[in-house]
Design a protein around this ligand. Structure first.
Ligand SMILES: Cc1cc2nc3c(=O)[nH]c(=O)nc-3n(C[C@H](O)[C@H](O)[C@H](O)COP(=O)(O)OP(=O)(O)OC[C@H]3O[C@@H](n4cnc5c(N)ncnc54)[C@H](O)[C@@H]3O)c2cc1C
Length: 277
């Protein structure tokens, strides 16, 4: 099959426009699995490995915004300045696959696949991230909540390249937790991100619905309650999180277990986030 290898974003966008059916390849940790299992048979591949503009990230102190290029791998989010700006993203990145998968797999690929189990996605939902796309018609930016339209579905047009994602720097505690069938190298059965931003608490759940779910009732419960949280309030927070979820039974877990798991994860995150040292 032909593999298109652009060396700049402008050329990549031109190629995506002239080959809207091309399968975009970033780290290949999802795409090549699908090709190997014959679930996808690309006639043309558009490989982004050499598009340097997609591989950088910036932290803008003036606007207190983080921008992460779509081809930034999870391994770069785990440590350093990016992990200090977005601790929950770092925690999520550390749970992805193995070191090899984290070195190859990118945030743009997580967005491109848009699995409800994608580990970066609850963080993007909780941080109300903006997804940036580009085509020959120009740039589009949309909230992550509008970008993800269903399980493995998103609002990207065939001629568009996801260029990156931006979100505010954490200005309060934030954390990510997931449950899987074992402790490492595991796709989540249920996951949760809690961000205690100065504008209010934000809770988002993964793997318990067709899209990432924001839990507005749980957020409202603790919005005006600064300080440590007792076990009863944490349990109620978890109950509201479970009530917002709409999990299914599948080969990884049952809906009932997933509902229980997100209630525990949400309650624990709240207690961790509000505990005084
Ligand atoms: C062994 C293994 C373990 C894994 N464990 C986890 C895990 O724990 N958590 C998790 O979340 N995921 C996991 N994954 C899935 C995968 O690693 C992630 O989804 C990763 O983010 C995919 O990124 P990638 O760069 O490899 O994407 P690719 O495979 O290159 O692409 C994925 C999809 O996104 C599209 N795409 C990629 N970049 C762009 C772009 N810039 N613009 C438009 N479309 C684009 C591609 O066309 C494709 O449809 C695992 C995969 C494997 C093989």
């Amino acid at each position: 099959m032909p593999v298109l290898i652009p060396r700049s974003l402008d050329v990549a966008v031109e190629m995506a426009s002239s080959h809207p059916d091309a399968h975009i390849l970033a780290g290949g940790t999802d795409l090549m699995v699908e090709v190997n299992f014959n679930h996808r048979k690309p006639e043309t591949v558009l490989a982004l490995r050499h598009v340097d503009e997609l591989r950088g990230w910036t932290i803008d102190a003036a606007t207190r915004t983080v921008h992460i290029g779509s081809a930034v791998p999870f391994s770069e989010m785990e440590h350093g300045a990016l992990s200090e700006a977005l601790p929950a993203l770092a925690e999520a990145a550390r749970t992805v696959g193995s070191p090899q998968i984290r070195a190859a797999g990118t945030i743009g690929g997580n967005l491109g696949t848009c699995s409800p189990a994608g580990d970066s996605l609850p963080v993007l939902a909780a941080m109300e991230a903006t997804v940036h796309l580009r085509s020959t018609s120009g740039e589009r930016a949309m909230p992550f909540a509008e970008f993800m339209t269903g399980p493995k579905r998103n609002a990207r047009r065939g001629d568009e390249i996801i260029t990156g994602v931006s979100m505010p720097i954490a200005d309060g505690w934030q954390g990510y937790a997931k449950v899987g069938v074992r402790n490492a190298m595991v796709i989540s059965v249920a996951s949760a991100c809690l961000a205690l931003q100065s504008t209010g608490p934000r809770l988002a759940l993964g793997s318990v619905g067709p899209v990432i779910i924001r839990c507005h009732d749980a957020e409202a419960l603790v919005a005006d309650r600064p300080g440590a949280v007792d076990a009863a309030l944490a349990a109620e927070f978890g109950r509201l999180a479970a009530a917002a979820s709409s999990p299914i039974d599948d080969h990884r877990s049952t809906a009932a277990y997933r509902r229980h798991a997100v209630s525990v994860l949400a309650g624990r995150l709240l207690q961790r986030g509000t505990a005084r040292p």
